[in-house]
Structures are given as C-alpha cells and as structure tokens.
Ligand binder design. Structure first.
Ligand code: HAM
Length: 420
C-alpha cells in the first residue's frame, strides 16, 4: 500500500534530547522564551488556530502577500470561509475586543503554529511556530523601549552572534500616505524596468517596493525619496534614542527602507536578522499598529508587538540542556511484576525533579544495564525476584568509578530517591 507522506513545507518535530537536532532545540527554546516573557510580566493568551477569514483581510490587509496568496482557507459545512491563522496579532485584538477588554492595558504573550502557503525553502515553512508579545493600550513612548529590551534579552539568552536589529519609523497614517504618493510619482517613469512582482506591489502597496530583492529595482531606489523626509522630528528622535540606549547590548541600525509585510503597521517598526540564517534571515519582527483595534470594530487602542520565528531562532540559538538527573529502573523479575511498577510510580510522585526511566521492553539484565549506561543514567535501581521477596531493592551508581552497589529496604529506597 502507498505510504501517506507529510504535506510539503510541514515538519514533524521530534525531541530526541540531542541539541544538535533543531527540533529538540525548539522545545528547549520554547521554555526559555516563556521564561523571558514571564520575567517582563507578560501574560499568556491562547486563541483558536481557526478564524473567520475576513479577520485577516481587515487586519493583515488585502494588499499583503499573506492575504493574497498565502492564506490556508476553506469553507465549513455552513459555507463560512475559515482561515488557518497566518499570524497571531489579529486574533489577539479580535479576542480583546470581543471580551470588551479594549479599554484597559494589557501585556500578552502567545506561542503556537501559524500557516502560510509560501514556497518552502530553508527557514521558510508552510507550518511554522511563532512566539509573540503584544502591549495594548499604551501610546508611542515607553513600549518601544520594552520591545527592544525583549529583543536584546532574546539575543543575550540564546547567545546569538552575527545579528542586528533594524529599526524604522513609518510616521503617522498621513505621513505614510503622503510618502506613498511621492514614491509612486517617483517610480512612475521606471515602471517599464520593474518586474511583475514589484509592479503589483506598486499598485497595491507601494511601500513594499522598498522591500524588493530585484537588483534593478534596488538600483532605481538608490535615488528614491526616503521616508525620513516625511516623518516628524520626534519620530527620528525616538529612533536615535533607542539606538543610543541599547547599542551597548546589541547591534542596532536605523534602516529607512524597512517597511514590513503586513498592512496594519504605522509608527515604529523593527526586525532582527542574523547572517547565519541564509536568505530567510529575519528571526523576529514587529511594530506599532495603533489603528488595528478600531479597524476591527473596537475602541481606539494603541498597540505594539512582535513575533519570533521559533524554527529560525532554534537554528541559531545556543542552547544547553538543563541537566536533569536520570535514574533507570530495571525490573529483573522472571514474571511481569506490577508490584515493582507500583514502586516506580511512588518514586516518581515523591521527586518530580528526577527522570525515572523504566525499560518497558523485554530483555536481559545485561542489555538493560548497557542501555542505562548509554543513556547516561546516574543510578540504576534493580528489582528482581529476590528483592521482591525480601522487600528490598538494589541501587547501583553509574557515575562513581567503583560502580558501588547496595541493597536497601524499600523504605530506604524512597528516602534515597527523595534526597537526590
Ligand atoms: P512576521 O514578520 O510576518 O510578523 O513574522 C514574524 C516572524 O515569523 C518572522 O520574522 C520569521 O522569523 C517568522 N516567519 C514568518 N513566516 C515564516 C515562515 N513561512 N516560515 C518560518 N518562519 C516564518 C508577524 O507575524 C506579526 N504578527 C508580528 C507582530 C506582532 N507585529 C505586531 N505584533
């Protein structure tokens, strides 16, 4: 029979405890990220992975690649168009408005899978994981510093080298509009030199032309007007102040061509890139989106946030496994021994900081001991027919060179395990 394969661009993530395997690292990375977010007093929010497809048209935007080409959507049994979330921000705002929490401030985090029908390549998948934060209800000012502080913490905690935070300011909605108009006028005479993709961007969202990877377009843009001439001095001051405050912690660059691919941004935007990642070099991105709440029918609620691409971060992160002690429990009795299993159950309940591994497969004592050694166990607890009869157990240390071994009562075994 034909085997069923996984879908293109969708990875199986499997933890084998080996930190050179990106999947194993991903699980560790998630724990550390949650810890960073919690240290800033962000609180978790979980929203459904399925949403009304209109949510993304009205937030991420009709002109974005995400909504145009990349949404996974289907009609449900009621003929309603449902989308698998391509990002987390729109759902968070939808949820806060729905709960009528849009008058108060919030600091929220989320983590989970997102879907985008992109052309898969290294670092770009159709299902990928993001960890994001959103600061809601507070206008431009301090939250911008909080965002960059979190980015610096991520760079520090994962010991990232060769990376840079790019920052820009898109101004107010009016600033953005008048810059777009000037950019369109500037590009008009060069239309014949633009490729199909850039022409489409020019008609739908001219700012995105600045993101073009086409070298011909980039050459034309050398002489293009800069957003710097359209934004207020206070916006430029903010960029410079952030750069001054954090440059001793991370490399920060002001890049006036940084526009971001989602329509909801205005004001401060940023991305962190690493030269170790290849073509898909951005491992996180975000910015301010003060209009999104009112666009989605909520109150006027200023907001800023960011999301980290966890597969990309795991790829470059230096992660050490937290050293949990491993004990192997070997049942060496001639028959299936539920009593021994019950002892193991009790051991686990008295000390959850230890991993107690029972080899469930049949095999000789020798092969089980070999496996315990291979897995780097600190101790082996052996219970055979003799021990079951005399209500004792053997404890053998695999870490001290003499391989010291002692027979103890079950009560002493419990005390020993508790003290590990
Ligand atoms: P984004 O820039 O579209 O922003 O995605 C954030 C990060 O997700 C990217 O920097 C990248 O690391 C990762 N990512 C995106 N697409 C893929 C993919 N196909 N495969 C692997 N990783 C990917 C947002 O999603 C915004 N919601 C961020 C935000 C939050 N802005 C404000 N609040």
């Amino acid at each position: 029979m034909d085997k069923i394969q996984s879908l293109t661009g969708m990875l199986d993530q499997y933890d084998d405890g080996d930190m050179s395997n990106v999947s194993s690292k991903l699980f560790e990375v998630e724990k550390i990220i949650k810890n960073i977010f919690t240290s800033y007093k962000f609180q978790e929010i979980r929203t459904p992975v399925l949403e009304d497809a209109n949510l993304y048209k009205r937030s991420v935007g009709d002109s974005s690649d995400i909504v145009n080409k990349e949404i996974y959507s289907f009609n449900d049994r009621n003929d309603k168009t449902i989308a698998m979330r391509p990002e987390g921000t729109a759902s968070v705002i939808r949820s806060i408005i729905e709960k009528k929490l849009d008058q108060t401030n919030h600091k929220l985090w989320y983590l989970g899978p997102m879907w985008r029908y992109e052309r898969p390549q290294k670092g770009r998948y159709r299902q990928f994981n993001q960890a994001g934060i959103e600061v809601l209800g507070i206008p431009e000012g301090l939250p911008e510093y909080e965002m960059i502080s979190v980015v610096c913490s991520v760079i520090y905690e994962f010991k990232l080298k060769n990376c840079c935070i790019k920052i820009n300011h898109l101004g107010t909605r009016e600033n953005k509009q008048s810059f777009c108009k000037t950019l369109v006028n500037f590009l008009e005479p060069f239309k014949k030199d633009l490729d199909e993709k850039d022409l489409e961007r020019l008609s739908k969202n001219p700012l995105r032309v600045l993101d073009s990877k086409n070298s011909k377009t980039q050459a034309i843009l050398q002489n293009a007007p800069s957003i710097k001439e359209f934004i207020d001095q206070s916006s430029i001051n903010l960029l410079e102040s952030i750069k001054n405050e954090f440059s001793d912690l991370c490399k920060i660059e002001i890049d006036h061509n940084l526009v971001r691919g989602l329509d909801y941004y205005s004001g401060f935007v940023f991305e962190a890139i690493s030269s170790e990642l290849g073509a898909q070099d951005s491992f996180l991105g975000g910015g301010r989106y003060d209009q999104l709440s009112s666009q989605l029918g909520g109150k006027n609620m200023p907001a800023i946030g960011m999301a980290i691409g966890l597969e990309r971060l795991a790829n470059i992160a230096k992660v050490e496994l937290v050293d949990r002690k491993l004990v192997t429990f070997v049942i060496a009795a001639s028959n299936l021994e539920p009593k021994a299993y019950k002892i193991a159950h009790h051991l686990r309940s008295i000390n959850r900081d230890i991993t107690l591994d029972i080899n469930l497969a049949e095999g000789s004592l020798k092969s089980k001991m070999r496996k315990a050694n291979k897995n780097n166990s600190h101790y082996v607890i052996i219970i055979g027919d003799e021990e079951l009869k005399s209500k004792t157990a053997v404890i053998k240390s695999l870490k001290d060179e003499l391989g010291e071994q002692q027979t103890v009562s079950i009560e002493d075994l419990y005390s020993f395990y508790e003290s590990l």
